[in-house]
Ligand binder design. Structure first.
Ligand code: ZN
Ligand code: ZN
Length: 244
């Protein structure tokens, strides 16, 4: 199984690390597949406008440079770490009410996809661009300020526009995704280095781009795991063996 993290933010939106540092961090910690998924935020309300003013969103104007940096780092990631990098974005509609907010990953996108209009219009654009669409953090999360419940509440209406659902994100599991028997992934929603030790996806495929995309589109046989930091090399105290 390949170790994958498909939800990672860089300094192109609200992440703390630039893409090259992300590549080195994930490469050195044994990841086989990662996706760079910076926010593309709606502009049709005040929250979106402020987010854009703070330069926390990829835009139609910046997308080509964003995509070019991912492309460059994709080659370096493979040459240095044998790690696959998928280009993506997190299509982001933040609204005042959590039940109307929606975040969805578009994986494998080569062209800009706007987050304007209704959630359904946004998802339709992602599907027309042939992206793999992942519903992000669909249920309540423990340490995440912007819970987004639209996709979960409308899951029957939007299910044909969603390929995969996050059953795990950052530190939390979402049992309701399992109970609904939806196809799932687990991701860290990485924004800063301590998020490296979090939920991940396990992909049942060979390590090449075509097989990774096929496994995600199939959506069956995937696993999730939560990475823990490697224990320090300090030897166990003798007392730990004495009781055996
Ligand atoms: Zn999100
Ligand atoms: Zn995110």
């Amino acid at each position: 199984m390949l170790l994958a993290d498909l939800h990672i933010h860089s300094t192109w939106s609200d992440g703390k690390l630039p893409i090259p540092e992300i590549i080195d961090l994930f490469g050195r910690t044994g990841h086989d597949v990662i996706a760079i998924t910076d926010h593309i935020v709606n502009t049709d309300n005040l929250i979106g406008k402020v987010t854009h003013r703070m330069k926390l969103s990829v835009t139609a104007a910046s997308f080509a440079a964003y995509r070019a940096e991912i492309e460059h780092e994709t080659r370096r990631a493979w040459d240095t770490y044998r790690m696959i990098v998928i280009p993506g974005a997190e299509l982001t509609q933040n609204r005042v009410l959590r039940k109307t907010s929606a975040h969805a990953l578009a994986l494998g996108m080569d062209e800009f996809i706007s987050a304007e209009g209704s959630v359904e219009e946004m998802l339709t654009r992602a599907k027309e661009a042939d992206a793999i669409v992942v519903a992000c953090h669909p249920n309540e999360q423990s340490d995440y300020f912007a819970n987004t419940f639209y996709l979960w509440n409308q899951r029957e209406q939007v299910s044909d526009m969603i390929d995969l659902w996050e059953i795990a994100c950052r530190w939390d599991l979402f049992p309701r995704v399992g109970k609904a028997r939806l196809p799932y992934v687990g991701n860290s929603d990485f924004h800063q280095p301590q998020h490296i030790w979090a939920w991940k996806t396990l992909l049942p495929c060979e390590k090449n781009v075509a097989d990774v995309y096929a496994a995600l589109r199939r959506g069956t046989g995937l696993g999730v795991t939560r990475l823990e930091p490697r224990p320090t090399a300090a030897p166990l105290p003798v007392a730990a063996f004495a009781a055996v």
